[in-house]
Design a protein around this ligand. Sequence first.
Ligand SMILES: [Ca+2]
Length: 194
Amino acid sequence: MTYRRNHKWVGRIAAATLSLLMGTFAPACGDDDDGGAGTGGTAGTGGTGGAAGTGGTAGTGGTAGTGGTGGTGGTGGANGATFDLSFSGTSFQGAHGGQTMYFALWNDADQSAAEDTWQATIDANPLTVSRPDALVEGESYTLYYFADVDGDGTCDGPAVAMDHAWSEPIPNVSADVAIDATHNVNFDGDCSKH
Ligand SMILES: [Ca+2]
């Protein structure tokens, strides 16, 4: 009787312990736990700004994406407005009538090559030439020109008895530019610009 009773209690204790253990570990043995929250993606870098148009302003880079792809590059700046260049040369015909005047327009910010070149026969007084849309707003130029005294098509000077070469500054363009030059012997040109 005593043994049976003790045995019965041992059984109850064992069952209770098992029940407790099962209760403790039931969640682990049941349905899978949901996964943890993912880590946010890396923020994208902003896009590269578009190239500046001639005489324009560079575009602004795009805004960085939030955990996504980089922003789109900004659009290039709009080209600056263009303006006309005109030249009126007084008394050149008397000294250089029939000769050819060569012009070379240089952008002061780019000394690699002339922006524009042209020529005209000196057959009127004043000698007038015009170059529509030759100048971009905000840019600075220098106009070089020479009278080809010896008629060989190249600039040989400047010096008296050689070709006569001059220059005119055209700073910070903001409107059409009209240059009024009068023949003079201050040869401030530069043959290397032709
Ligand atoms: Ca010459």
